[in-house]
Design a protein around this ligand. Structure first.
Ligand code: SF4
Length: 260
């Protein structure tokens, strides 16, 4: 059963990436912009995050030194469009304190840490749950960890890959185990090519423009996890909505289990 589920996940990846191409996640100019975005995106839309990031950028503060030196009241004002601005300003300051005390203020040194250790350290910070920690690790640091979000959970549940009570780590393990062998297996690459989908003509283009972070050097495994998350976001945003999913038009409709 697990083998079948993993094969199906690889088929999602192959079909969606052929249809949409590189998604260029995460759209950012620097690793710190990814980190700030990962904090700011909690409980709000990406459009609101972009406004907050634009404020920080135009104030010249979208960098470690900027957030370190700015008074917290000013930081709150600048990130206000992202909501929960007091809490988020405090958490960004806590991240900088952690970076300074543990890694001498250097993101390069921080990301040189082993993945497991750094993940545990990030998870110990105020306001950092598994999705935020993994977004920072994968998209700012190019560590090979798969990011599970609400869309991943919803698609996995609706396609009966996992129960709706499945926890973050369980979902992450399934997707990582499914996708990891694609890195160096010609058999799997061949197998994935046999899962062609017929796509609607007005299939939306979900990709971001290339950015310094989306095109940064990373391992093949990190690239596969990077792309899969971006593709899942595309499905979730356009089709697999919380209510009234658009299954009839969805590129993953051929994988939907038949009603019992
Ligand atoms: S919208 Fe797409 S991904 Fe969601 S349940 Fe329907 S077919 Fe599956």
């Amino acid at each position: 059963m697990q083998v079948k589920k993993k094969k199906e996940i690889r088929a999602y990846y192959a079909a969606l990436s052929r249809a949409w191409g590189p998604q260029h996640w995460w759209p950012a100019e620097s690793a710190f912009e990814v980190i700030a975005g990962a904090y700011l995106t909690q409980n709000t839309s990406w459009a609101n995050v972009e406004k907050a990031l634009a404020n920080l950028r135009s104030a010249g503060l979208l960098a470690v030194e900027g957030v370190r030196n700015v008074p917290v009241e000013e930081l709150e004002r600048l990130i206000r469009p992202a909501g929960y601005f007091r809490q988020k300003a405090k958490r960004l300051k806590i991240f900088i304190d952690f970076l300074d005390s543990k890694y001498g203020g250097s993101l390069t040194r921080m990301f040189a840490s082993p993945t497991k250790r750094l993940r545990e350290e990030l998870l110990n910070l105020n306001g950092v749950g598994p999705e935020t920690a993994d977004s920072i690790l994968l998209y700012a640091g190019n560590h090979p960890v798969f990011v599970v979000d609400a869309y991943t959970q919803r698609i996995a549940t609706r396609h009966q890959l996992l129960s709706e009570r499945a926890r973050y780590d369980r979902i992450q393990d399934l997707f990582q185990e499914a996708l990891a062998p694609m890195v160096d297996s010609p058999v799997l690459r061949k197998e994935s090519k046999s899962n062609e989908l017929i796509l609607p003509k007005q299939f939306p283009n979900t990709a971001h423009p290339p950015s310094p972070m989306s095109t940064a050097k990373r391992t093949a495994l990190a690239q596969i996890y990077n792309e899969m998350h971006g593709l899942i976001v595309g499905v979730g945003k356009h089709y697999c909505r919380k209510s009234q999913p658009r299954c009839d038009e969805c590129p993953l409709r051929t994988f939907l289990p038949s009603p019992k």
